[in-house]
Design a protein. Structure first.
Ligand SMILES: NC(=O)c1ccc[n+]([C@@H]2O[C@H](COP(=O)([O-])OP(=O)(O)OC[C@H]3O[C@@H](n4cnc5c(N)ncnc54)[C@H](OP(=O)(O)O)[C@@H]3O)[C@@H](O)[C@H]2O)c1
Length: 206
Protein backbone atom coordinates (compact mmCIF):
# COMPACT_ATOMS: atom_id res chain seq x y z
CA UNK A 1 0.00 0.00 0.00
CA UNK A 2 1.16 3.51 -0.84
CA UNK A 3 2.70 5.31 2.15
CA UNK A 4 2.89 9.03 2.91
CA UNK A 5 6.38 10.21 3.75
CA UNK A 6 7.94 13.61 4.36
CA UNK A 7 11.68 14.22 4.18
CA UNK A 8 12.79 17.84 4.48
CA UNK A 9 16.07 19.60 5.14
CA UNK A 10 15.80 21.29 8.52
CA UNK A 11 18.02 23.34 10.79
CA UNK A 12 18.75 22.17 14.33
CA UNK A 13 16.32 24.84 15.56
CA UNK A 14 13.57 23.41 13.37
CA UNK A 15 13.37 25.69 10.32
CA UNK A 16 12.88 24.50 6.73
CA UNK A 17 13.72 27.97 5.36
CA UNK A 18 15.75 30.87 6.58
CA UNK A 19 14.23 34.31 6.95
CA UNK A 20 12.26 35.98 4.16
CA UNK A 21 11.54 33.17 1.67
CA UNK A 22 9.48 34.07 -1.39
CA UNK A 23 9.02 33.29 -5.09
CA UNK A 24 12.40 32.39 -6.57
CA UNK A 25 14.12 32.35 -3.16
CA UNK A 26 12.54 29.29 -1.58
CA UNK A 27 14.97 29.01 1.33
CA UNK A 28 15.20 32.73 2.11
CA UNK A 29 18.57 33.35 3.76
CA UNK A 30 18.81 29.63 4.64
CA UNK A 31 20.36 28.41 1.37
CA UNK A 32 22.84 26.26 3.28
CA UNK A 33 19.98 23.81 4.01
CA UNK A 34 20.49 22.31 0.54
CA UNK A 35 24.32 22.30 0.48
CA UNK A 36 24.41 18.54 1.17
CA UNK A 37 22.87 17.86 -2.27
CA UNK A 38 26.14 18.93 -3.86
CA UNK A 39 28.85 18.53 -1.25
CA UNK A 40 29.98 14.98 -2.01
CA UNK A 41 31.32 12.94 -4.89
CA UNK A 42 28.63 10.25 -5.33
CA UNK A 43 26.14 11.11 -8.11
CA UNK A 44 22.47 10.58 -7.29
CA UNK A 45 20.85 7.83 -9.37
CA UNK A 46 17.53 9.72 -9.30
CA UNK A 47 18.32 13.46 -9.44
CA UNK A 48 20.85 14.33 -12.14
CA UNK A 49 23.39 16.90 -11.01
CA UNK A 50 23.21 15.98 -7.32
CA UNK A 51 26.53 14.80 -5.86
CA UNK A 52 26.30 13.65 -2.28
CA UNK A 53 28.47 11.97 0.32
CA UNK A 54 28.23 8.16 0.19
CA UNK A 55 25.93 7.79 3.24
CA UNK A 56 23.69 10.65 2.08
CA UNK A 57 23.49 9.29 -1.48
CA UNK A 58 22.27 5.94 -0.18
CA UNK A 59 19.55 7.52 1.95
CA UNK A 60 18.56 10.20 -0.58
CA UNK A 61 18.22 7.74 -3.47
CA UNK A 62 16.31 5.18 -1.41
CA UNK A 63 13.76 7.84 -0.48
CA UNK A 64 13.60 9.53 -3.88
CA UNK A 65 13.06 6.13 -5.55
CA UNK A 66 10.04 5.47 -3.35
CA UNK A 67 8.22 8.64 -4.42
CA UNK A 68 5.52 8.19 -7.07
CA UNK A 69 3.84 11.56 -6.51
CA UNK A 70 4.74 14.75 -4.64
CA UNK A 71 2.21 16.75 -2.62
CA UNK A 72 3.19 20.36 -1.89
CA UNK A 73 1.57 23.17 0.05
CA UNK A 74 0.77 26.27 -1.97
CA UNK A 75 3.57 28.30 -0.34
CA UNK A 76 6.18 25.73 -1.37
CA UNK A 77 4.71 25.86 -4.87
CA UNK A 78 4.81 29.66 -5.23
CA UNK A 79 8.25 29.96 -3.61
CA UNK A 80 9.53 27.48 -6.22
CA UNK A 81 8.13 29.54 -9.12
CA UNK A 82 5.20 27.11 -9.49
CA UNK A 83 7.63 24.29 -10.38
CA UNK A 84 6.99 25.38 -13.95
CA UNK A 85 10.32 23.83 -15.05
CA UNK A 86 9.05 20.33 -14.19
CA UNK A 87 10.52 19.98 -10.69
CA UNK A 88 10.35 18.95 -7.83
CA UNK A 89 10.86 15.27 -8.77
CA UNK A 90 12.23 14.01 -12.10
CA UNK A 91 9.48 11.42 -12.64
CA UNK A 92 6.71 11.94 -10.05
CA UNK A 93 3.70 14.16 -10.85
CA UNK A 94 2.89 17.02 -8.46
CA UNK A 95 -0.29 17.69 -6.47
CA UNK A 96 -0.66 21.12 -4.81
CA UNK A 97 -3.00 21.90 -1.91
CA UNK A 98 -4.59 25.36 -1.53
CA UNK A 99 -7.83 26.80 -0.18
CA UNK A 100 -8.44 28.24 -3.65
CA UNK A 101 -8.43 26.75 -7.13
CA UNK A 102 -6.16 28.01 -9.93
CA UNK A 103 -4.81 26.65 -13.22
CA UNK A 104 -1.74 24.39 -12.94
CA UNK A 105 1.53 25.58 -14.48
CA UNK A 106 1.94 22.41 -16.55
CA UNK A 107 0.16 19.13 -17.28
CA UNK A 108 2.09 17.15 -14.61
CA UNK A 109 0.38 19.21 -11.89
CA UNK A 110 -3.00 18.86 -10.18
CA UNK A 111 -4.39 21.57 -7.89
CA UNK A 112 -6.65 20.39 -5.03
CA UNK A 113 -8.79 22.84 -3.03
CA UNK A 114 -11.02 20.40 -1.12
CA UNK A 115 -8.83 19.64 1.88
CA UNK A 116 -5.90 17.54 3.03
CA UNK A 117 -7.61 14.14 2.82
CA UNK A 118 -8.60 14.74 -0.81
CA UNK A 119 -5.11 16.00 -1.62
CA UNK A 120 -3.44 12.91 -0.13
CA UNK A 121 -5.89 10.61 -1.92
CA UNK A 122 -5.32 12.43 -5.23
CA UNK A 123 -1.55 12.07 -4.78
CA UNK A 124 -1.93 8.35 -3.95
CA UNK A 125 -4.05 7.91 -7.08
CA UNK A 126 -1.28 9.58 -9.16
CA UNK A 127 1.56 7.65 -7.48
CA UNK A 128 1.13 4.40 -9.41
CA UNK A 129 1.42 2.25 -6.29
CA UNK A 130 4.51 4.07 -5.03
CA UNK A 131 4.65 6.47 -2.08
CA UNK A 132 3.61 10.11 -1.70
CA UNK A 133 6.25 12.66 -0.69
CA UNK A 134 5.01 15.72 1.22
CA UNK A 135 6.57 19.20 0.89
CA UNK A 136 5.85 22.14 3.20
CA UNK A 137 5.62 22.65 6.95
CA UNK A 138 1.98 23.76 7.13
CA UNK A 139 1.02 20.93 4.78
CA UNK A 140 2.79 18.19 6.76
CA UNK A 141 1.29 19.49 10.00
CA UNK A 142 -2.20 19.34 8.46
CA UNK A 143 -1.49 15.80 7.29
CA UNK A 144 -0.22 14.81 10.75
CA UNK A 145 -3.39 16.23 12.34
CA UNK A 146 -5.42 14.06 9.97
CA UNK A 147 -3.35 10.96 10.84
CA UNK A 148 -2.16 10.62 7.26
CA UNK A 149 1.65 10.59 7.61
CA UNK A 150 3.49 7.26 7.87
CA UNK A 151 7.12 8.37 8.01
CA UNK A 152 9.09 11.55 8.77
CA UNK A 153 12.68 12.10 7.70
CA UNK A 154 14.57 15.07 9.11
CA UNK A 155 17.71 15.81 7.11
CA UNK A 156 19.10 17.84 9.98
CA UNK A 157 21.71 20.45 9.07
CA UNK A 158 24.12 21.58 11.81
CA UNK A 159 23.05 25.22 11.86
CA UNK A 160 20.82 27.41 14.01
CA UNK A 161 19.03 29.64 11.50
CA UNK A 162 17.31 31.66 14.19
CA UNK A 163 14.15 32.28 12.12
CA UNK A 164 12.23 31.15 9.07
CA UNK A 165 9.36 28.76 8.32
CA UNK A 166 9.10 25.90 10.83
CA UNK A 167 8.89 22.22 9.87
CA UNK A 168 6.21 21.57 12.50
CA UNK A 169 3.34 23.73 13.74
CA UNK A 170 1.07 23.25 16.76
CA UNK A 171 -0.70 19.91 17.08
CA UNK A 172 -3.77 19.17 19.21
CA UNK A 173 -2.14 16.14 20.86
CA UNK A 174 1.12 14.22 21.14
CA UNK A 175 2.13 11.98 18.25
CA UNK A 176 4.56 9.19 19.10
CA UNK A 177 7.37 8.31 16.72
CA UNK A 178 9.64 5.31 16.56
CA UNK A 179 13.18 5.53 15.24
CA UNK A 180 13.78 3.62 12.01
CA UNK A 181 17.31 4.84 11.28
CA UNK A 182 19.81 7.52 12.29
CA UNK A 183 22.78 8.20 10.03
CA UNK A 184 25.42 10.83 10.68
CA UNK A 185 26.83 11.91 7.30
CA UNK A 186 29.64 14.48 6.95
CA UNK A 187 27.41 17.57 6.80
CA UNK A 188 23.90 16.34 7.69
CA UNK A 189 22.32 13.91 10.15
CA UNK A 190 19.48 11.84 8.73
CA UNK A 191 16.76 11.10 11.29
CA UNK A 192 14.18 8.64 9.96
CA UNK A 193 11.04 8.09 12.03
CA UNK A 194 7.89 6.04 11.71
CA UNK A 195 4.72 7.80 12.84
CA UNK A 196 2.73 5.62 15.20
CA UNK A 197 -1.03 5.37 14.75
CA UNK A 198 -1.20 6.74 11.20
CA UNK A 199 -4.45 6.16 9.32
CA UNK A 200 -4.02 3.72 6.44
CA UNK A 201 -6.35 5.45 3.98
CA UNK A 202 -7.30 9.02 3.22
CA UNK A 203 -10.98 7.99 3.17
CA UNK A 204 -10.73 7.02 6.84
CA UNK A 205 -9.45 10.53 7.66
CA UNK A 206 -12.48 12.26 6.14
N1 LIG B 1 13.90 22.66 3.60
C1 LIG B 1 13.21 21.90 2.76
O1 LIG B 1 13.55 20.72 2.50
C2 LIG B 1 11.96 22.46 2.12
C3 LIG B 1 11.12 21.59 1.39
C4 LIG B 1 9.92 22.09 0.90
C5 LIG B 1 9.60 23.42 1.06
N2 LIG B 1 10.46 24.25 1.70
C6 LIG B 1 10.13 25.67 1.87
O2 LIG B 1 9.06 25.76 2.78
C7 LIG B 1 8.31 26.94 2.52
C8 LIG B 1 6.83 26.66 2.53
O3 LIG B 1 6.44 25.95 3.67
P1 LIG B 1 5.24 26.48 4.56
O4 LIG B 1 5.14 25.60 5.72
O5 LIG B 1 5.39 27.95 4.76
O6 LIG B 1 3.97 26.33 3.59
P2 LIG B 1 3.36 25.09 2.75
O7 LIG B 1 3.02 23.99 3.67
O8 LIG B 1 4.22 24.78 1.59
O9 LIG B 1 2.04 25.78 2.16
C9 LIG B 1 1.06 26.31 3.00
C10 LIG B 1 -0.17 26.58 2.13
O10 LIG B 1 -0.70 25.34 1.64
C11 LIG B 1 -2.12 25.40 1.62
N3 LIG B 1 -2.65 24.47 2.62
C12 LIG B 1 -1.98 23.84 3.63
N4 LIG B 1 -2.83 23.08 4.34
C13 LIG B 1 -4.05 23.22 3.77
C14 LIG B 1 -5.34 22.67 4.03
N5 LIG B 1 -5.55 21.80 5.05
N6 LIG B 1 -6.36 23.02 3.22
C15 LIG B 1 -6.18 23.86 2.19
N7 LIG B 1 -4.98 24.44 1.90
C16 LIG B 1 -3.94 24.11 2.68
C17 LIG B 1 -2.49 26.84 1.96
O11 LIG B 1 -2.45 27.54 0.74
P3 LIG B 1 -3.44 28.82 0.43
O12 LIG B 1 -2.87 29.93 1.26
O13 LIG B 1 -3.28 29.03 -1.04
O14 LIG B 1 -4.82 28.44 0.84
C18 LIG B 1 -1.35 27.25 2.87
O15 LIG B 1 -1.18 28.65 2.97
C19 LIG B 1 8.74 27.45 1.16
O16 LIG B 1 9.46 28.66 1.32
C20 LIG B 1 9.61 26.33 0.61
O17 LIG B 1 10.65 26.82 -0.22
C21 LIG B 1 11.62 23.80 2.26
Amino acid sequence: MSKVICGLSVSVDGYITGRDPGPGRGLGDGGTLFDWYGSGNVPSRVFSGFRLSAPSARIFDELASRVGASLAGHATYTDSNDFADGAPHPTAPLVVLSHTSFPPANDRQTIVSTGIADAVQTAKDRAGGKDVGLMGGVLVTEALKAGLVNELILHQIPILLGGGRPFFHELPHHIRLSILEVVAAPDVTHLHYQVEGATETAEAAR
